[in-house]
Design a protein around this ligand. Structure first.
Ligand code: A2P
Length: 290
């Protein structure tokens, strides 16, 4: 399992009368009308990492298909209306449940409420996953870099468990930069679990490197990823060479500023942006939830 889950229980049985159809709406949340664009899923587990970060797992509808790395709308009914935000799916496409990793913002309209969810609660899940952090958007290459800050690690938590990643690339580097050491726990647990995973563990042990750094307190490796790229420290420590379109592919997920700065570095190295329609050398996506 990628994200460690506490208090895992079997999903509850559907309540009598839930998910019924009335005039284009389904009925869920104890009789509240749900828009047709969402389903109501059940919380299977929740784990709080810090006072600002938590992860949770939802049931997955049998009809829900997505590509590892994509995001989906997710939320709660608030005062009779759906309040939805985009969330990267942190579990791989083959997993029977759906994992998410979220920040908690005390005055955030959704996360202030979502942080209180518990096992067996209902959460709204959109039906149309989408996104650019997918393997289809990249040309073949040798080394794949996942550059992430904060909750931007979520789509890569999905991709590092995707067997196709290891079929397509000889090396996979997961960088994660956070403010505080405690913020690394999710990524540390993730990579430990991936190395032991029955499906991808063997290849991950051979090809995957976890590369964390911290910016606001002492740690074994300090500094923003942009600094570690510019100084050459990252390439030196990994035994690789500066980004090269001939063999390197890069996926980036973090805040708007982080995206801008990392994309500039990819472009400066001659990497071309890719998309679903036109695969390239690098792709990026905002770490949505704030
Ligand atoms: P810093 O502590 O120097 O701001 P946040 O929680 O604000 O999204 O930040 C998560 C991590 O991303 C922090 O370690 C932060 O470093 C780093 N970061 C913030 N902005 C950038 C940027 N423009 N480029 C690279 N890293 C960044």
């Amino acid at each position: 399992m990628v994200s460690p889950h506490c208090g895992v229980r079997e999903p509850r049985r559907p309540r009598p009368g839930s998910h019924g159809q009335i005039e284009g709406y389904a009925v869920g949340f104890e009789g509240t009308a749900l828009p047709k664009s969402v389903t109501e899923e059940t919380v299977v587990s929740v784990r709080h990492y810090t006072d600002r970060l938590f992860a949770f797992r939802l049931t997955r509808p049998a009809t829900f298909r997505f590509r590892s790395g994509e995001f989906i709308m997710l939320g709660l009914m608030v005062e009779g209306k759906p309040l939805l935000r985009a969330y990267s799916i942190a579990s791989p496409s083959w997993d029977e449940g759906l994992d998410f990793y979220s920040i908690k913002v005390s005055d955030g309209p959704l996360t202030s409420r979502l942080q209180s969810i518990g096992v067996d609660d209902g959460v709204l899940l959109g039906k149309k996953p989408t996104g650019t952090l997918v393997l289809d958007a990249l040309k073949p290459g040798k080394t794949l870099y996942f550059l992430s800050t904060g909750t931007g690690i979520a789509p890569f938590a999905s991709l590092v468990r995707e067997p196709e990643v290891y079929e397509r690339f000889d090396r996979v580097i997961l960088t994660h930069t956070c403010r505080h050491v405690a913020d690394l726990a999710y990524g540390q647990d993730l990579t430990a679990a991936v190395m032991d995973d029955p499906l991808v563990g063997e290849e991950a042990r051979e090809k995957l490197t976890y590369y964390p750094s911290i910016t606001r307190e002492p740690y074994a490796r300090e500094g923003r990823i942009t600094h570690l790229i510019d100084s050459g420290q990252m390439f030196e420590e990994l035994g690789t060479t500066p980004f090269d379109p001939a063999h390197d592919r890069v996926m980036i997920c973090g805040s708007m500023d982080m995206l801008k700065d990392c994309c500039e570095r990819a472009e400066a190295a001659g990497l071309e942006e890719g998309s679903n329609a036109r695969p390239g050398d690098y792709v990026y996506e905002k770490a949505f939830v704030s």
